[in-house]
Design a protein around this ligand. Sequence first.
Ligand SMILES: Nc1ncnc2c1ncn2[C@@H]1O[C@H](COP(=O)(O)OP(=O)(O)OP(=O)(O)O)[C@@H](O)[C@H]1O
Ligand SMILES: [Mg+2]
Length: 261
Amino acid sequence: MSGVSVAKGTEDAVPASGDLVVLNNVNKHFGALHVLQDIDLTIARGEVVVVIGPSGSGKSTLCRTINRLETIDSGAISIDGKPLPQEGRELARLRADVGMVFQSFNLFAHKTVLENVMLGQVKVRKADKQTAEQKARALLDRVGVGTQADKYPAQLSGGQQQRVAIARALAMDPKVMLFDEPTSALDPEMINEVLEVMQQLARDGMTMVVVTHEMGFARSAANRVVFMADGKIVEEATPDQFFSNPRSDRAKDFLSKILHH
Ligand SMILES: Nc1ncnc2c1ncn2[C@@H]1O[C@H](COP(=O)(O)OP(=O)(O)OP(=O)(O)O)[C@@H](O)[C@H]1O
Ligand SMILES: [Mg+2]
């Protein structure tokens, strides 16, 4: 593991306990498209990083490389000091260490909410059913949907389903949670209930990478904002610095568009 490091400018907020996710000169192409260009990004344990940027800038691809849903062409990614495994059981374990919450909730439709949150614990973490159920119920309570445990996903609102998806990821005791636009498929009145769960997670010290256009969340929960455009990290700053004084023209242009509608 690498030495002690904290996010720039956030010494008070981040416990100084080392780097958890390190991307080193990462490059990826989709055919002729250079979708990730020389990406260097280090995320400290307990840090909350919000990734923003225009559509097509590579935010989702970046998230997907961190749990190896996408391969990379060059560079290196490590989690907790270990390089990403290529395949097999090691890869399954890594995926469990890296919780992922997508825009679409991806719950199993034919399993109950409770079963959805138990499944990975039993299959990947080899927990016994009783332990898995106890933990699932506690997590469902924690995200505010404990009373929905025996329903099927389709019987829940979008906001409730997304909170189940968060509970399901948390059930694996992930080292880091990746959120890719977790609220952008939700009706407006359900966005806050999901953001509040994420705020609480951040306060509890979870390491989080969050792709979102929710600038209120970025301002209140992020230790750092990473701004991407055209496959590159163009700017990194604290939310205060970024929103009040963006340095690049790309960021200024992007902010003027999203903050004025
Ligand atoms: N599997 C794929 N095959 C080919 N091109 C892809 C693939 N996935 C993404 N791309 C392209 O890579 C670029 C970056 O896509 P990505 O989804 O990472 O962007 P994004 O920043 O998440 O955008 P959005 O804000 O719209 O979600 C886009 O031009 C996209 O069309
Ligand atoms: Mg995306």
